[in-house]
Ligand binder design. Structure first.
Ligand SMILES: Nc1ncnc2c1ncn2[C@@H]1O[C@H](COP(=O)(O)OP(=O)(O)OP(=O)(O)O)[C@@H](O)[C@H]1O
Length: 357
């Protein structure tokens, strides 16, 4: 494996005609890291990955592997392992031949190919399926073959584009575990594209949240989860309760953040916007909402049972909906009070926009 210390994407722009699919995209990846590119459909995640693999040519900027400029190299000279959503296996080749393919292309000696294929297939627990064709395997097994094929070439970098999207929920979880285990066991450096917050949080050393071809925030999962930089990132991190707000300072220097107006408005005391940042929206997560003897009055509008807990839709006096996760059982129509600890509420300068916009 070609050893490297650092991969750097420096001010990458990629245009499709006048459309800017990537804008000033800069990212440094250290050897051994697991990085996720997270964002909704169309935000440019696959485009970024394809610039790395060489399937797309950057419009400007450079990609450096230590001191080597690689954006000028064709894909085969970069030698990265790729795993795609649709597996992309050769249907007429056996499992063994699929995994051997990249090594044969590289003219690795036959005996070594046999060894490496065997090792790669054992790593993904498919040693007993080597003579099958892809069509004779389940989706999860096919994706395991694709992973074995990617790692068999011992690439400096493995690129994965939504590899779990076509699998059912149970297999997704299993293979997620497997990918994390392989990453550590084989000492890989992995860049992983997903639109799934849970996948990104559970797999990554660092998450890069993207929107419209630009990086919104990057950092460790815990950092993004507790301190999202803006409302967009917050929503990706599960802050389902998001509202327009105005923060007022009342006579004795105390602050009140108000959501809605009139007598039914929600009011949160003691929230202070960051200096100079202002506050136009606020957000908190369903698990930040607590039932309380006193607090904001609301009616239970809907209850969903989720195994360990209930997901409850609360409706306040002015009709605002608040989602609460709770271990306490509540009944539809019940009148309750709730509170949100002030340290769990995030204030943002961004104007509130409804989720679908
Ligand atoms: N060959 C192309 N020509 C023109 N526009 C393109 C091309 N490929 C991608 N785009 C556009 O670039 C934007 C980013 O696409 P990209 O595939 O990177 O998004 P993504 O975040 O990976 O989304 P998804 O999860 O749906 O794959 C989209 O608006 C897409 O329509």
């Amino acid at each position: 494996m070609q050893k490297f210390q650092e991969l750097r994407l420096e001010n990458i722009n990629l245009n499709f005609g006048s459309f800017k699919a990537l804008e000033d995209f800069s990212l440094t990846v250290k050897a051994g890291e697991f990085i996720s590119l997270l964002g909704p459909s169309g935000c440019g995640k696959s485009t970024a990955l394809n610039c790395l693999s060489g399937l797309l040519q950057v419009s400007s900027g450079s990609i450096m592997l230590d001191n080597t400029r690689i954006d000028v190299l064709p894909p085969e000279r970069r030698g990265f392992g790729m795993v795609f959503q649709n597996y992309a296996l050769f249907p007429h080749l056996t499992v063994r031949s699929n995994v051997a393919f990249g090594l044969e292309m590289r003219k690795v000696p036959k005996a070594e190919i046999d060894q490496r294929v065997e090792r790669a297939l054992a790593t993904v627990q498919l040693a007993n399926q080597v003579d099958k064709l892809p069509g004779q395997l389940s989706g999860g097994q096919q994706q395991r073959v694709a992973i074995a094929r990617a790692v068999a070439i011992e690439p400096p970098l493995v690129l994965m584009d939504e590899p779990l999207s076509n699998l059912d929920a149970k297999l997704r979880l299993e293979l997620r575990h497997e990918i994390k285990r392989l990453h550590h066991a084989l000492g890989l450096t992995t860049i992983y594209v997903t639109h799934d917050q849970d996948e990104a949080l559970s797999l990554s050393d660092r998450i890069v949240v993207m929107r419209d071809g630009r990086i919104q925030q990057q950092g460790a999962p815990e950092m993004l989860y507790t301190s999202p930089a803006n409302l967009y990132v917050a929503r990706f991190m599960g802050y389902r309760n998001a509202f327009a707000t105005s923060v007022e300072t009342v006579a004795d220097g105390r602050t009140i953040a108000r959501v809605g107006d009139g007598p039914g408005a929600m009011r949160f005391h003691g929230l202070v916007p960051a200096p100079g940042a202002g506050a136009a929206s606020l957000a908190f997560r369903p698990d930040d909402v607590e039932l309380a003897d006193e607090g904001i009055p609301a009616q239970v509008a809907q209850v969903e049972y989720c195994g360990q807990l209930w997901m409850v839709d609360l409706r306040t006096a002015d009709g605002t909906h608040v989602t609460m996760e709770t271990h306490e059982r509540v009944a539809m129509g019940q009148q309750v009070h709730f509170r949100v600890p002030v340290e769990r509420i995030r204030l943002f300068a961004d104007a509130f926009v409804p989720e679908a916009a």
